[in-house]
Design a protein around this ligand. Structure first.
Ligand code: AMP
Length: 423
């Protein structure tokens, strides 16, 4: 039986790659505008990084990690990265970046791996564009990353964007809220889904964003975090909102948007593209003021987000916002006979020296078939070299759009073509 690609993964063939380059270019441009520099970290890390950096009670860690051992260290396992924040923080600490820079602004683009149930917009290998700001607790950076995401998505022409924001408090104010939530859900424990029954004491905030319909119904009337924020978290959130208002960002307050772990603090947000339906979350992020310390670094406030690139492409495709593939003015050299083939090869190479796309036959085609192929690849100019032309030290240049032809000395053919293409 033929070997197939693993479930939940995709092949991207040349006709799709232009779309990836297109979105990646916009991402790099927006990051430059907002002062983010690119990082690249390994696609696999010590499993412990994700246990501590994402949290042992999360679905990602409990159910979705690709973990393996290499056999040479019996007790060490590695995991394909399910996200990039933990790796970024590890790189920040390992390279002692905190000692060198006041504020660190990084972005990344790359594949992530989660053993999730594949469906439209949900893959086992998918790609994220994300950014992290390390070293600032100012609400300015919270608002800035939200503005950056929106500017990027809008620059593609996407509308119908929904921004949801929340504050999840901090280790000062969350414990009291947590107790209230436990007290609220405890009498309904038996009705909660098995996952939420487990979350009840470990991570009760996560019950609020459970997708199970019964859990959703059971959480109606649950205490809201906004009423339990400490002054610092309250003021921080107010300022984030003031800044978003100042930048004309429309957002919805969503008290159910949670990240239940201790090192997630204050702002949490999600950007949805509603026409995508069930998988409408295009980007999500938030503050993680406690994570650097959790990974044994100096106390460093931080915020980040990640955007799903496949979801973005789905959205752009849905709205017909992907560009037509660009056709370069290209050159094809038609050669007949062995001697002409050698001369053609010389011409092809010297035209390519000018970074002009240029091809010749590599399959022993007839002259008619070579011309047909030149047409198919949209060659703008065709150079024809037969034995007669070769004997006269000449070549024919055909302008494919008009079928006009001219004779050019072989000695100047590549300069001639270069000036025709480059104008
Ligand atoms: P998260 O890291 O879970 O906060 O996800 C950030 C973004 O990555 C989401 O909003 C999605 O757009 C995207 N994403 C997460 N998981 C997947 C997946 N399995 N397949 C495709 N995109 C995903």
């Amino acid at each position: 039986m033929a070997i197939r690609k693993p479930k939940g993964t995709q092949d991207f063939l040349p006709e799709q790659i232009g779309n990836w380059h297109f979105i990646e270019q916009y991402m790099r441009d927006i990051c430059k505008t907002y002062g983010f520099n690119e990082i690249r970290t390994p696609v696999f890390e010590d499993t412990k990084l994700f246990l501590r950096g994402i949290g042992e009670t999360t679905d990602v860690v409990q159910k979705e990690m690709y973990t393996f051992s290499t056999g040479d260290h019996t007790d060490q396992t590695f995991t394909l990265r399910p996200e990039n924040t933990a790796s970024a923080v590890r790189a920040y600490l390992e390279n002692k970046v905190y000692g060198k820079e006041g504020l660190t602004k990084w972005f990344y683009i790359g594949p992530m791996f989660r053993h999730d149930k594949p469906q439209a917009g949900r893959y086992r290998q998918f790609h994220q564009f994300g950014a992290e700001v390390l070293g600032s607790q100012s609400p300015v950076v919270d608002s800035e990353v939200i503005c950056m995401i929106l500017q990027l998505l809008r620059s593609f022409g996407l509308q119908d964007l929904n921004v949801e924001v929340n504050s999840v408090g901090c280790p000062n104010c969350r414990p009291a809220y947590r107790e209230k939530l436990i007290a609220f859900f405890e009498p309904k424990k038996e009705q909660l889904c098995p996952d939420c029954q487990e979350r009840l004491y470990k991570n009760p905030l996560r019950i609020l964003d459970c997708k199970n319909e019964t859990c959703k119904d059971l959480s109606v009337g649950a205490p809201e975090i906004h009423e339990h924020l400490c002054t610092e978290c309250h003021d921080h959130f107010e300022e984030v909102k003031t800044l978003l208002d100042a930048a004309n960002v429309q957002y919805n307050l969503n008290p159910r948007l949670v990240r239940g772990l201790d090192y997630y603090t204050k702002t949490a947000f999600e950007v949805q593209y509603t026409p995508l339906g069930a998988q409408s979350a295009v980007a999500g992020g938030g503050r993680y003021d406690g994570l650097v310390e959790q990974l044994e670094g100096p106390s460093t406030p931080a915020i980040g987000f990640a955007m799903g690139m496949e979801r973005l492409l789905l959205a752009l495709e849905k709205q017909n916002l992907l560009p037509e593939p660009a056709v370069d003015p290209s050159v094809f050299v038609v050669a007949l006979g062995d001697a002409a083939k050698v001369e053609a090869f010389k011409i092809v190479q010297s035209v390519r020296e000018h970074y002009i796309p240029c091809e010749m036959d590599g399959q022993g085609k007839s002259m008619k078939a070579q011309l047909k192929y030149a047409n198919k690849i949209n060659a703008k100019y065709v150079i024809i070299l037969g034995d007669d032309e070769l004997a006269n030290g000449e070549a024919i240049v055909r302008f494919m759009e008009t079928s006009e032809q001219e004779t050019v000395p072989l000695s100047t053919i590549s300069e001639h073509i270069t000036s025709l293409v480059k104008g």
